[in-house]
Write a protein that binds this ligand. Structure first.
Ligand code: PLP
Length: 392
């Protein structure tokens, strides 16, 4: 067999095998063992029936042919209005590309900013695909480390030092953050944006959790003064409307970049199915009520978690403001996140993700997806705490 491109064979070159617990839990479930899975970011509710009806009607109405590659006009308009309302920055349909989910948007953005051999930065802890997505463009992926002491918020001085050392073309940020749930405060974003501008970089802002905010306010960097022209915002219907399998998201950015990304989409995805886009448009037209209904179980479970975790010292809750995850500091047990997660799975049948799966900054932590029924979630968390106390 001739060679497979190094762009693909190096996608996982950091050898992060932290997903071992997830796959082991899946195997145990397949064998019929009782496991409470708190691993991936998949809602325990399905897509709203009204959205499915809209999809069905659109398909029956014949919207099953090729759709416009940039996205259907109504959906581009609705996304532009949504982003303008949230940022105060004038946004037109020409600033919007509809993509098959946030992941395709992440890939498109990095194709848009990276040439082979460039360096692109991403914040650690990170969503699992970030380094591989950057490498798939032929660029070098370099992590901007954060610390538990600074609540995993990236620091401008550290960014400046790393930018001086590596000469990057872009920085990828994600707030509300997966895995930590941290919502970056305005002052931190202001300072980061200043460094991004000083080094003439692009800012790629992954905002797929922007409807899941429990404390504080989500601020899109696009809203900050003087940065919109170098910012690409990524959105998705996956988390906001429990539409993970429908694969619909977007990039919002300067018109010339969006035009270039439409050329890329013509050569890659060739758009998103029309009936899916019709359903996404219907969902956005329902306004915040529908988004709040999807987010509500996570807010409730987080409040529950706070009660359960209060008054014990073994498991710390990273002070987070959003997203469907808890990030737990288990360093008091003396175990690594990976050892803790494996031991917890074997001892209690509870599957959580080791912090190390999301990068070196989050060693000694575990991520808990709040994606099971409240009662099961509460029991699992109580058992996790009791388990941690036996190891401390
Ligand atoms: N970005 C982050 C931070 C995520 O957590 C995810 C999925 O979990 C994605 C992007 C991709 O989501 P999707 O492609 O379903 O929109």
């Amino acid at each position: 067999m001739p060679r497979i491109s190094p762009r693909l064979t190096t996608l996982n070159e950091d050898g992060n095998d932290g997903w071992g617990v997830f796959y082991r839990a899946r195997r145990m479930v397949a064998e019929g063992q009782p496991v409470i899975e708190l691993t991936i970011g998949e809602h325990d509710i399905g897509t709203d029936a009204a959205i499915l009806d809209a999809m069905h009607h659109a398909a029956r109405a014949g919207h099953t042919g090729y759709a416009m590659v940039p996205g259907i006009a109504g959906l581009r308009q609705a996304v532009a209005e949504r982003v303008q309302a949230r940022t105060g920055v004038a946004t037109r349909p020409e600033n919007v590309l509809i993509t098959p989910g946030g992941q395709a948007a992440l890939f498109a953005c990095h194709m848009g900013v990276c040439a082979p051999g460039d360096t692109a930065l991403y914040v650690d802890p990170y969503y699992a695909t970030y380094p591989g997505t950057i490498r798939s463009t032929g660029a070098r992926a370099v992590a901007l480390r954060t610390t538990a002491e600074n609540s995993f918020v990236p620091e401008a001085a550290a960014l400046d030092a790393l930018a001086r050392e590596t000469g990057p073309v872009s920085l990828l940020v994600n707030s509300p953050n997966n895995p930590t749930g941290v919502v970056y405060p305005r002052a931190a974003l202001d300072a980061l944006c200043q460094v991004v501008a000083d080094h003439d970089m692009w800012l790629i802002s992954d905002e797929v959790y922007d409807t899941q905010v429990w404390d504080g306010t989500h601020i899109s960097p696009r809203a900050l003064p003087g940065i919109a022209d170098r910012t690409l915002v990524i959105g998705s219907m996956s988390k906001s409307h429990a539409m993970t399998g429908s694969r619909v998201g977007w990039v919002v950015g300067p018109e010339p970049m969006i035009a270039a990304l439409i050329d890329l989409a013509t050569c890659t995805t060739y758009g998103v199915p029309g009936y899916i886009q019709d359903a996404a448009l219907f969902a956005l037209q329902q306004g915040p009520d529908m988004e709040q209904a999807v987010a509500a179980p996570f807010a409730r479970r987080r409040a529950l978690a706070r009660e359960i975790l209060a008054g014990q010292n073994t498991v710390g809750l990273v002070p987070s403001g959003g997203a469907m995850y808890l990030f737990l500091d288990i360093r008091a047990t003396g175990l690594s996140g990976e050892a803790f997660a494996n031991d917890l799975l074997d001892t209690c049948g509870i599957a959580v993700m080791p912090g190390e799966s999301f990068g070196a900054s989050s060693a000694g932590h575990v991520r808990v997806a709040m994606t099971v029924d409240d009662a099961v979630f509460a029991t699992a968390l109580r058992n996790l705490v009791a388990f941690a106390e036996t190891r401390a």
